[in-house]
Design a protein around this ligand. Structure first.
Ligand SMILES: [Zn+2]
Length: 259
């Protein structure tokens, strides 16, 4: 029986044959690993803690004909805080679903595992927007999405008009059909989503800064709404993945305007 060991972060968990689970992990060396974990529902299961969502563990798998089997696990970081409030749970679930749906087995995307671990760690420390110095969870989400775009080679260029290639100054417009930002001259008619100079500058900072440094950024409501629409549109255009958790985040936003 061939076995292999790797670090992994739990992305998705589905029930499988009674007390079993099929689990998707993000790993640094093997991309997405989908494996069966047996006996999770039983008391004292040694694997149960590692298949909790968002947990970072050291894992050992046995190769199988169809699915590999998780045979050992040691939790390194449970990211417990992500399961403790609705906002963090919503963002962490959205990140997990998007990562699982855009990753392939045996195709690790460079730096993505490390970025995911850093993002979950920053999200554990984040609190809701507007409450003092702490990092705003939506900025952490956007930072991860910018990293995911980059890992897939579809990062939006926020400095240059995608049509005429002149440097943007001031406002720009994101045109979903072109998946890029345009200047006032190239923007087709009234189409496109405005990214003001403030929103574009903040989006550039989010692109460049590691997630644990984002607490330094402050953002007005108008710019926040513009960046949100732009990033959602670019995510839809590039990945075309409808996730359950984004609907959940939208519901949360409806209930509480600051998130
Ligand atoms: Zn242009």
């Amino acid at each position: 029986m061939a076995t292999y060991s790797t670090l992994g972060i739990t992305l998705l968990v589905h029930k499988y044959k009674g007390t079993g689970r099929v689990v998707s992990f993000c790993t640094p060396t093997r991309g997405k690993v989908e494996a069966v974990a047996q006996g999770i529902g039983r008391p004292h299961s040694k694997l149960a803690a590692a298949v909790e969502l968002f947990t970072l563990s050291k894992l050992m798998f046995a190769e199988g004909r169809d699915l590999d089997r998780l045979i050992q696990a040691e939790v390194i970081e449970a990211h417990y805080a992500l399961r403790q409030d609705m906002t963090r749970l919503g963002y962490a679930s959205y990140i997990a679903e998007l990562t699982a749906n855009t990753s392939e087995p045996d195709h690790p995307l460079p730096g993505l595992f490390e970025r995911l671990a850093g993002t979950y760690s920053a999200l554990c420390d984040a609190t809701s927007a507007g409450s003092g110095q702490a990092t705003d969870p939506e900025l952490v989400l956007w930072s991860y999405l910018m990293g995911l775009f980059e890992a897939h080679g579809v990062a939006p260029d926020l400095e240059v008009c995608c049509r005429c290639r002149t440097a943007l100054s001031g406002d720009g417009w994101y045109v979903p059909a072109d998946a890029g930002l345009m200047c006032a001259g190239c923007r087709p008619g009234e189409n496109g989503m405005l990214l003001s100079a403030e929103a574009r500058g903040t989006a550039q900072s989010i692109q460049r800064m590691p997630p644990d440094k984002l607490g330094r950024l402050s953002l007005g409501d108008e710019a926040r709404g513009q960046i949100r629409r732009f990033i959602d549109a670019h995510t839809d255009h590039q990945f075309a993945v409808e996730t359950k958790s984004r609907k959940f985040i939208r519901q949360l936003r409806g209930m509480s305007p600051e998130i």
